[in-house]
Unconditional design. Structure first.
Length: 321
């Protein structure tokens, strides 16, 4: 009887990065996130990872469009954990790149709202976030998907993409802050003139709507911040919450936005709310701007939103008991 020797992994191609071990961590750090200088933050993170005994390699990414490529490369190299250092848009990019690869996600929150990190109970200082990566637990992270592109918090068609565009302009003038973010809402809605004429199918049930905003929520914590507790429970149970704003004049839309900030909006009275796992939005115009977790990109319709519950795991604080 002949024996077959164990096969050694092939050597990497000349010039290729060395193969990572499964216990190694790759940190994808968005140089444009947060208020601390990127080089100073990188040095802090390297020190904290070393202090906790985590073998880590840090990659500082200076252009947001390079985040997905860097994260996908890290997963392909064999890193067991790929950490997103940045705001919700950065976390979205990294999560989408590594979903289904077997690598787990880590998070170092550096954004303005940090809804993903807060929904997981993560601390919002880099030092404390690294401590969670060292001692936390792995749990599933439900993903939303629209036409094959991932979102964690929300995705939308209509006015919200215009709000994000205006927000970036306001940020460039006045800096990043929650006040600047709220002001961008008022400015954008005052100028918005392009409602959606759409056929919306939720788990097979069809609704025809004319709306300035179709907003698909996938983060229960974010919904709770606006006192939408029933919607939060439905999201925790595995569904999307779909908000359809009424077709109103600009002033009425601004009033609704203000009521949202004051937690005074009521489903059924101020907007229509639908729930489901599979949402299809068909509009007369085939190509539209789609917002995903604070980022925006052009997509071709129809727009198909699906839940993916088993594609990704994330490191989070250990739960008591």
């Amino acid at each position: 009887m002949s024996s077959v020797p164990d096969l050694e992994p092939a050597d990497p191609a000349p010039g290729a990065p060395p193969r990572a071990r499964a216990d190694e961590t790759c940190v994808i750090l968005n140089a444009g996130s947060g208020r601390r200088r990127a080089e100073s933050l990188a040095a802090t993170l390297e020190r904290e990872f070393a202090r906790h005994g985590i073998p880590a390699r840090l990659r500082l990414i200076k252009k947001g469009r390079d985040l997905e490529g860097a994260a996908r490369e890290a997963a392909d190299e064999g890193f067991g954990t790929v950490v997103a250092g940045g705001g919700d848009g950065t976390i979205n990019a990294v999560a989408g790149a590594i979903a289904g690869s077997g690598a787990r996600l880590g998070v170092i929150p550096l954004g303005t709202f940090n809804y993903v990190a807060r929904s997981l109970g993560l601390p919002e200082t880099p030092e404390e976030a690294v401590a969670v990566l060292a001692a936390g637990e792995t749990r599933p992270l439900p993903l939303g998907e629209v036409n094959g592109r991932v979102f964690l918090n929300n995705a939308s068609l209509g006015a919200y993409a215009k709000i994000l565009e205006t927000r970036e302009s306001v940020y460039r003038r006045f800096g990043r802050s929650q006040l600047a973010a709220h002001w961008s809402v008022v400015t954008a809605l005052a100028e918005f003139r392009a409602p959606l004429d759409a056929k919306v199918t939720v788990d097979g049930e069809v609704t025809r709507v004319k709306t300035p905003l179709a907003f698909i929520a996938n983060n229960a914590f974010q919904l709770e911040q606006f006192d939408f507790h029933e919607a939060a429970e439905r999201v925790r149970d595995g569904e999307f919450a779909l908000f359809l704003a009424p077709d109103r004049e600009a002033f009425d839309l601004i009033r609704l936005a203000a009521a949202l900030g004051l937690k005074a909006l009521k489903p059924g009275r101020d907007f229509e709310m639908l729930y489901g796992k599979d949402i299809l939005v068909e509009t007369r115009r085939g190509r539209r701007l789609v917002a995903r977790d604070g980022e925006r990109s052009k997509m071709s319709g129809p727009f198909h939103f699906l839940r993916k519950d088993d594609a990704l795991e994330v490191l989070a604080p250990a739960r008591e008991g």
